[in-house]
Design a protein around this ligand. Sequence first.
Ligand code: AMP
Ligand code: MG
Length: 347
Amino acid sequence: MVNIMKNERSLVYFLITICLFCFLAGSCSQNTESTSFTAMNTYMTVKSYGKNAAAANALVKEEVERLEGILSTTIEGSDLYKINNTDGDEESEIPVRTETAYLIQRGAEFYKMTGGAFNPALYPVIREWGFTTGEYKVPSDERIRELLQNTDFSPVVECPQSITRPAGLQLDFGAIGKGYAGDRAVEILQDAGIKSALLDFGGNIQVLGTKPDGSDWTVGVKNPWGGEPVAAVKLHDACMITSGGYERFFIGQDGKKYIHIFDSTTGRPVENDLESVTIICREGIYGDALSTALFVMGLDKAIEFWQQRERDFDFIILTKDKGIVYTTPLEKSISLLFDFDSVRVVE
Ligand code: AMP
Ligand code: MG
């Protein structure tokens, strides 16, 4: 009798131990995993929640590094290196990987849609100004004119699937590469069963789902004048991508500031009254293309562009005179955290 009771007690202890173990294992599997690394010339962080988070983050890192190896303009052996460094006066056909063909196809779409404000064929001009090497200079007007002759992306637009490069054409996907990498990262996380994640790819933010507690993520808009974020936006399943004149620039001998975003009509860095353009939308590659393009367009054209589209994105534009302009659907998700001189909501 005593023995039976003892056995029963052992069984209860055993079951309690098992339950405790399962509970602990269950709570450990709902963990948060943050992985940071440097790729595509920026610092990137992936923060995922849930089972497999560490393994999923590792897959993201691997994929971003693989994409960099394909899309970098400077890594020998990348598709872009091959496209940009194949000699020949004649048109030439260059075999490329699926990812490059996809970016050319989407690049063509954005080039058309933005009337050339987004132009991946500006590479020869951007390089001449020293933005790829860090050896900055202001080229002569004649040199710029000469280089601009090779920056027409239209032949590729006509036939984006076949990579037939007109002589002299050189490409750079610096304006959409990180957004595209973010989209791939989100796909990888979803395939790994992750439902909640936040990616920060050098200031390009992409969020998957909501926060683990079901509430929206709060993402800050960087202060171009230094200091705390100037606004916060609540988001889920979206990206928030910024192009800013403060990100990369040099001061010329003439004392002028030359930024890394170029106007394809002049072959010169954009000079306008904008500090930054932030795009909020679903797809990273689209947000990245538009942040660059709307910066090039300037305020009035950017507003017109938004009004003509099917409201498939929103923007927040910061102007040099300490103003903020944003699209009306954001009214329900934006909080202003800065004492702006002017606030304008575009309908
Ligand atoms: P982002 O920071 O996304 O605006 O991208 C800027 C990068 O895209 C630059 O560093 C250049 O490599 C490239 N770029 C500059 N101007 C343009 C443009 N008008 N269209 C497409 N790419 C550009
Ligand atoms: Mg961009």
